[in-house]
Design a protein around this ligand. Structure first.
Ligand SMILES: Nc1ncnc2c1ncn2[C@@H]1O[C@H](COP(=O)(O)OP(=O)(O)OP(=O)(O)O)[C@@H](O)[C@H]1O
Length: 261
């Protein structure tokens, strides 16, 4: 297994946020973390990459507990793309993507050919090569998202964790980024809100409700109308699309007038 969580819980301010989560992520798989707002997706991603320490349970990478790995080892093998990450510094697109190479460089090593290759390839993968000299602050939300993903790709990680990678992206770029993630040999775990995109691009889904795993498995086993009603309170009809062959969730409008926001 690439990443494994065994009975992982995380509490803060007297509240249990992640509740006894166990997961085994197969190398190379694309795994979608699903669940309503506040169900613990981001918190779980932060636990999986060591940014948060589990209150209970163990997270292992290739059977080594995360606490036994040095910060540099974790940084070399794993990249995290968080929601709305930003900076006040006056930097260009190239500066941001080059940051992805930091774990691979030492105080003594200069910038190497392989660093440039990784940066160029990452910019190409997200379709942003022509923007390399643009100031970060002038990018649109979707462009920033693509550059964050390029930074993570330039890192050449074995595991890529993405928190709502399609946030801010138009539909074409959503499809492009998810197809790219799916194609990568890298193990990917990503928090997603769109159940249909999750069904199209993920090998495996993990559905969270109030910090607990309600269901995990193939899209076909996880995405059932009963479960979506239980977890999201939304009525659906789920069919296999005759157009792309994946499951498609049709959302049915609420019948009552008292829809809450
Ligand atoms: N540092 C913290 N202190 C207090 N509460 C926190 C902290 N971090 C997360 N929470 C709470 O934990 C719950 C889960 O948050 P989390 O961001 O993990 O959910 P999520 O599933 O990613 O939500 P969303 O879909 O809205 O992004 C939320 O109720 C949040 O307010």
């Amino acid at each position: 297994m690439s990443i494994k969580a065994n009975g992982v819980s995380w509490s803060t301010a007297g509240r249990l946020i992640v509740d006894d989560v166990s997961l085994s992520i197969t190398p190379g798989d694309t795994v979608g973390l699903l669940g309503p707002n506040g169900s613990g997706k981001s918190s779980l991603l932060r636990l999986l990459c060591g940014l948060r320490r589990a209150t209970e349970g163990v997270i292992t990478f290739d059977d080594a507990p995360i606490e036994h790995l040095s910060r540099r080892d974790v940084a070399r093998r794993l990249a995290l793309v968080e929601q709305n990450a930003t900076t006040d510094a006056d930097v260009t697109v190239l500066d941001v993507v080059r940051l992805g190479r930091t774990p691979w460089r030492s105080m003594l090593s200069g910038w190497r050919e392989e660093d440039s290759t990784a940066v160029e390839q990452a910019l190409t993968q997200v379709g942003m090569t022509t923007r390399r000299h643009q100031s970060w602050h002038t990018l649109s939300g979707g462009e920033r998202q693509r550059i964050h993903i390029a930074r993570a790709l330039a890192q050449r990680p074995r595991e890529l964790l993405l928190d709502e990678p399609t946030n801010h992206l138009d539909i074409q770029h959503q499809l492009d980024i998810l197809a790219l993630v799916q194609r990568l040999p890298t193990t990917c775990v990503m928090a997603l809100h769109d159940l249909n995109l999750a069904a199209m691009f993920c090998d495996h889904l993990v559905l969270l409700k109030e910090g607990r795993v309600v269901s995990a498995g193939t899209p076909e086993s996880v995405l059932t109308s009963e479960r979506i009603l239980d977890v999201y309170g939304v009525e659906t009809v789920i069919e296999r699309s005759p157009h792309h062959g994946c499951l498609h969730v049709h959302y049915l409008p609420r019948r009552s007038e008292s829809a809450s926001v």
